[in-house]
Design a protein around this ligand. Structure first.
Ligand SMILES: Nc1nc2c(ncn2[C@@H]2O[C@H](COP(=O)(O)OP(=O)(O)O)[C@@H](O)[C@H]2O)c(=O)[nH]1
Ligand SMILES: [Mg+2]
Length: 219
């Protein structure tokens, strides 16, 4: 048993080194790296599909899924460079996997790197990928109690997105309770409401991405 614990520790330590390598690389290249975390079906890929053609920035995407390259195929349609990672059962991305994927990303020619993590509100929040920040994505059909039930993600996220607000008329969802709980966990988080398929809220998010990029580049 103690041996198993030791192995796990060393793997975690190695992964921290990979995360810190990635963070230094992004800093040196002036790339904004956003680790997108949300449940399966919360609308992460749909958001990227709609956002990428509208963003006047050079972007690339790393897709994390347990299996298939379906999301990468959807992103490729937009003409954006994309790499798919399959975790083969793993519930989250790890920095060593992202570092390998970066070999196929044109890092010198991009401004923003989006990483769509494996759909899950728990494990991805606990693993540093070397990102600039984590973005929490929660959709209306999941219910308004998700911030309090998954506090680690909502506490850490620099930005919280509430997606699928177009279905609010059909679902029991207390919007003010949702945002009140986000406020409790993370008063400084930037907040967005989106109905991505209708295009609602995209311009606010695009403005914020431009501002975040200016922030990391110090201009
Ligand atoms: N009504 C509605 N459905 C959406 C919206 N965004 C995504 N969806 C749907 O939600 C489902 C899951 O979307 P997807 O982007 O694949 O989720 P992901 O697993 O988080 O990447 C798809 O059927 C989308 O069409 C939205 O803004 N409104
Ligand atoms: Mg997806």
């Amino acid at each position: 048993m103690p041996r198993l614990v030791n192995v796990k520790k060393s793997v975690m330590a190695a992964d921290e080194e990979h995360a810190s390598f990635i963070r230094s690389m992004m800093k040196q290249k002036g790339v904004l790296m956003i680790n997108m975390i949300g449940s399966p079906g919360s609308g992460k890929t749909t958001l990227l599909e709609k956002l990428l053609p509208k963003l006047n920035l050079r972007c690339a995407v790393i897709e994390g899924d347990v299996a298939t390259s379906r999301d990468a195929e959807r992103i490729a349609v937009t003409g954006t460079p994309v790499v798919q990672i399959n975790t083969q059962g793993g519930c989250h991305l790890e920095a060593n996997l992202v570092r390998k994927a970066l070999r196929d990303i044109p890092i010198d020619d991009i401004d923003v790197l989006f990483v769509e993590n494996v759909g899950n509100l728990v494990c991805p929040a606990e693993f540093d990928l070397g990102e600039t920040f984590k973005m929490a994505i929660s959709s209306v059909p999941e219910g308004d109690d998700k911030p309090l039930k998954y506090p680690s993600l909502f506490h850490q996220a620099r930005a919280v997105l509430l997606t699928k607000v177009d279905v609010l008329p059909y679902i029991t969802f207390d919007r003010s309770a949702f945002w009140r709980d986000v406020q409790k966990l993370n008063p400084g988080a930037d907040r967005f409401e989106l109905a991505v398929i209708e295009g609602k809220g995209l311009d606010d998010l695009i403005g914020a991405i431009e501002d975040w990029l200016k922030d990391i580049r110090g201009n």
